[in-house]
Design a protein around this ligand. Structure first.
Ligand code: SAM
Length: 212
């Protein structure tokens, strides 16, 4: 397929998603099945279970399907995305459809929207603040490692760290989950590990100055 055709297809898809995000929410399924995402229904259910009654941080929201799943049960969700896409999603502006989707699914008042890179947002987040952090940003091993460096300290001891696209050989997520040294609970392609003081200590020894 030529580069020009690929560009045209990507543009057509983005235009369709933008139109679709203006339509009223379809009533079938609680987890926003008409919001573009690679999350499965089982993954959405898992996120909703993990977030129940707690405070969650999300790295990478895209069109908001995972944010909606988290926001369906959480007390609050801090959703961080610069809304410009990345090397895997392609360069796509998602902020406006994201905000519309949160409103359509009735979770807007429980979501604190941070429009920016996690590198810039994370330093302002307090240690141990979150019960759950969901990592679903750029999926190279270096980027996921960097995300862990930035967010691990923000998970309370005994809280959970969840990663999307675990077990997919084209991404670096599994490599980083292995480096955390915990046995993950896996549902489809989400891996969940419990965060302990020991894990935080091991990670900062492993990463040295890179871990903040
Ligand atoms: C795989 S998508 C997220 C999918 C979403 N969780 C869902 O439910 O479908 C990855 C998102 O991460 C965002 N992203 C990539 N690098 C980022 C960074 N350094 N800081 C913040 N957001 C980033 C991209 O803009 C993109 O929207």
């Amino acid at each position: 397929m030529s580069a020009a055709l690929r560009r045209r297809l990507r543009f057509g898809l983005a235009a369709w998603r933008s139109v679709a995000s203006r339509l009223p929410a379809r009533p079938h399924g609680p987890f926003a099945p008409d919001v573009p995402s690679s999350l499965t229904e089982a993954e959405c259910r898992l996120l909703a279970e993990l977030a129940r009654e707690g405070e969650a941080l999300e790295v990478g929201s895209w069109f908001g399907r995972s944010t909606i799943a988290l926001g369906s049960t959480a007390r609050a969700v801090h959703a961080v995305d610069w809304h410009r896409g990345d090397g895997h999603t392609g360069p796509l502006g998602t902020l406006h459809p994201f905000l519309r989707n949160l409103a359509r699914y009735g979770v807007r008042d429980r979501v604190v929207v941070h429009v920016g890179r996690i590198e810039d947002v994370a330093p302002a987040l307090r240690d141990g603040r979150f019960d759950l952090v969901f990592v679903d940003g750029y999926h190279t091993a270096d980027a996921v490692r960097r995300d862990v460096d930035l967010v691990l300290r923000t998970v309370r001891d005994g809280g959970k760290l969840a990663f999307h696209d675990f077990g997919r050989p084209e991404y670096g997520v599994s490599e980083v989950v292995r480096e955390l040294g915990a046995d993950p609970q896996v549902v489809d392609t989400i891996a969940v590990v419990e965060v302990t003081p020991e894990m935080k200590r091991r990670w900062s020894e492993l990463r040295g100055d890179a871990a903040t």
